[in-house]
Design a protein around this ligand. Structure first.
Ligand SMILES: [Zn+2]
Length: 189
């Protein structure tokens, strides 16, 4: 009998400024606040069959602002909070490095999505990224999928980079927030 070998699709979600409120190097569990529409968005994406994977640059570790242990506590809390609201996150991947380290895992580099691809048997071409930084939608393009820029968090600062690039840096799609992004994914997938 032929083995079914259908690969999964994923939405790679940025954390700060996309799912939860931007806090500039968030380092306390009590500062974790879900943004409006996050839970509804994630439920919709799950219902559409997407794996939900958080990919986050946490250079606060490389800069010495927080430890990996503290980050683990923050993520444990975030996962529990989302679970209590009916959302199961499939994975969280983070880059702990300072940008100067030029690592392979800091977004828009693709090391972390490749780890997720191998773990969850993902088709990256049919997957999306959602985030408020240019690095998020550039990641979507670098992995061969689609990147959605959301107008939350640091978006105004990032919009200036888009405008200044003369078209070189631009997202596949733009959405007002994570919920609008999820509805967009529903329409285009
Ligand atoms: Zn890294």
């Amino acid at each position: 009998m032929a083995k079914q070998n259908k690969r999964n699709r994923a939405v790679f979600l940025d954390r700060d400024g996309t799912i939860i409120a931007e806090r500039n190097y968030l380092r306390r569990v009590k500062d974790v606040k879900l943004l409006k529409g996050s839970v509804e968005a994630m439920k919709l994406l799950k219902a559409l069959g997407y794996k939900l994977i958080i990919v986050t640059n946490q250079s606060g570790i490389g800069r010495g602002y927080l430890t990996e242990n503290k980050l683990a506590q923050i993520h444990k809390y975030l996962l529990k909070l989302l679970k209590s609201k009916g959302v199961k996150i499939d994975g969280i991947y983070y880059c702990p490095h300072h940008p100067d380290e030029k690592c392979a895992c800091r977004k828009p580099n693709t090391e972390l999505v490749k780890l997720a691809r191998d773990r969850f048997n993902l088709d990256l071409k049919k997957s999306f990224t959602v985030g408020d930084h240019t690095g998020d939608f550039r990641l979507g393009r670098n992995m061969g999928g689609k990147g959605i820029f959301v107008k939350s968090g640091h978006w105004k600062h990032e919009q200036k980079k888009i405008d200044a690039s003369g078209g070189a840096v631009r997202p596949d799609y733009t959405a007002a927030n994570i919920l609008a992004a999820a509805k967009l994914i529903e329409r285009v997938s």
